[in-house]
Design a protein around this ligand. Structure first.
Ligand code: GLU
Length: 487
């Protein structure tokens, strides 16, 4: 017998940013689909018109693209189940709502907002008091004729229990008398998420539903909807929350106070998409007993057995992500590094540097995220105002006297130096020369030159690397300036 093709979906509401939790949901859905040679669908759930944000869909498309989570069907690429945007599928939901009404599995509710508020104030239970559940057909027809606004509610079964199996959390059973007659179609004709996603998942052939565990307790409602419509249940995977650790050590739902929480904010800080994906994959999943931590997307696809998804909440550890990102940076070629670094460099550096590749080469092992570049390279753009006394350092055995000698001689030698030989090794030889000729230690020469060129005691790169990056003209300018200040 043919096994049913695995179909998963990512069904975000377009809120304008991709929270890490959503990204993990998308990733796990994607990985399940790819692991089982199935299909991955993107669907936009935009029926909450009050929460619309302009351009929000594009953020979703872009994020999935950058993250490498390509989908087989979706709003921007079409597919056999189009349209993939819920607000464009209203007739479909109306059709099924009508079916449920006709079969007595849903009902019209004419309660106004004031009615509901009044009832809530008086009743001891939460939720709707089912006032309209048993209106007669004649009463309903009359109110419809009057043109009264209405919603359509699910007529849940109230006796017995509802059970479903969640693949992460196990069997979930609720007493039906705790369920609500939830709204399926709102008064503006829009379906609720509760209704629309059930219809869409079924029509789109979704076999595995992966989503946050905030839906775990409402899923029995959806189970009853499936029963009412005579449809098979998909496999459910509700994912535990992602937590963040505060400075005081307290753990709570990951939010902005813990740090960047959206994919875009993380990439803006200079985390590589591959590193983010790798790290996020491990927030709640790990392959069996293996110790492996680094996975390419292809390796994740191979390794991703959804039965390894864990039910304990993971803590988002920014230090760990940084560490992981640094490893990814380490493995970039200089060309790839440069491509990623350029936007950050260009923010700070507008002058033309003599050797950008060299700068990239020395930055690469020294940063964990790309935004760290900016502080490190500022002095290449312009020499900061610095205290000239920095040149004099007991440990480096430098003082006012020998600093003058070092600078004078270095300037003289470098002035005659052929720009074509302006590389690290040759420059190193020149400075060593200055040292031996004056009976000084090379470290003293390197110190004075490096401070004169950078105005900083801590720099990315040594004296000669900085010289190579600045080029002859700027190097001489800065050395001359330091000497003038000494004189
Ligand atoms: N639109 C829902 C959300 O963004 C999707 C939940 C689901 O995947 O079923 O939370």
């Amino acid at each position: 017998m043919d096994k049913k093709q695995v179909v998963t979906r990512f069904a975000p509401s377009p809120t304008g940013f991709m929270h890490i939790g959503n990204l993990r949901t998308a990733l796990y859905s994607y990985l399940i689909a790819r692991h089982f040679d199935g299909k991955f669908i993107l669907r936009i759930e935009d029926t909450d018109r009050e929460r619309q944000v302009a351009g929000a869909e594009q953020v979703i498309f872009d994020t999935l693209k950058t993250a490498g989570l390509n989908y087989d069907e979706g709003p921007d690429i079409g597919g056999p189940n189009a349209p993939y945007v819920q607000s464009q599928r209203l007739e479909i939901y109306q059709k099924y709502a009508k079916q449920l009404l006709d079969e007595g599995k849903a009902y019209y509710c004419f309660c106004t907002k004031e009615d509901l508020e009044k009832a809530h104030a008086e009743q001891e239970f939460i939720g709707y008091n089912r006032h309209c559940r048993n209106l007669s057909k004649a009463e309903v027809d009359e109110k419809l004729k009057q043109g009264l606004p209405y919603v359509i509610r699910q007529k849940v079964k109230l006796e017995g229990t509802t059970t479903y199996y969640d693949n992460v959390f196990g069997e979930i059973t609720v007493n039906n008398d705790t369920l609500q007659d939830i709204v399926l179609i709102k008064s503006d004709g829009m379906p609720t998420y509760n209704f629309a996603h059930v219809i869409d998942d079924h029509l789109m052939g979704v076999t595995h539903v992966v989503r946050g565990n905030e839906y775990i307790t409402s899923t029995p409602q959806y189970v009853q909807l499936h029963e009412a419509l005579g449809w098979e249940l998909p496999q459910y995977y509700h994912l535990p929350l992602i937590m963040g650790k505060g400075e005081d050590g307290s753990v709570s739902k990951l939010s902005k106070r813990h740090g960047a929480v959206s994919f875009a904010d993380l990439t803006k800080q200079g985390y590589l998409p591959q590193a983010i994906i790798n790290y996020v994959a491990l927030l709640g999943w790990h392959p069996g007993e293996s110790e492996q931590e680094f996975f390419t997307l292809d390796e994740l696809i191979k390794a991703f057995d959804p039965s390894d998804i864990r039910k304990s909440s993971a803590i988002f550890d920014y230090d760990k992500l940084k560490w992981m990102n640094a490893k990814y940076i380490e493995n970039l070629s200089i060309e790839e590094f440069k491509e990623n670094a350029l936007p950050y460099l260009n923010d700070v550096i507008t002058v033309e540097l003599n050797d950008l590749d060299k700068l990239c080469e020395i930055l690469k092992p020294r940063i964990q995220i790309f935004s760290e570049i900016q502080d490190k390279v500022e002095f290449f753009q312009s020499l900061p105002d610095f205290d000239i006394n920095l040149l004099f350092n007991d440990k480096k055995k430098t003082n006012a006297e020998n600093s003058k000698i070092i600078l004078t001689q270095a300037i003289a030698k470098l002035d005659n130096f052929d720009v074509n030989d302006w590389d690290n090794d040759s420059l190193f030889a020149v400075l060593e020369h200055v040292a031996t000729e004056n009976d000084l230690k090379p470290m003293s020469v390197m110190w004075v030159v490096r401070i004169a060129l950078s105005g900083n005691t801590v720099t990315v790169g040594g004296a000669t690397e900085i010289m190579q990056i600045l080029g002859k003209e700027e190097t001489l300018n800065r050395l001359i300036k330091a000497l003038e200040r000494l004189n």
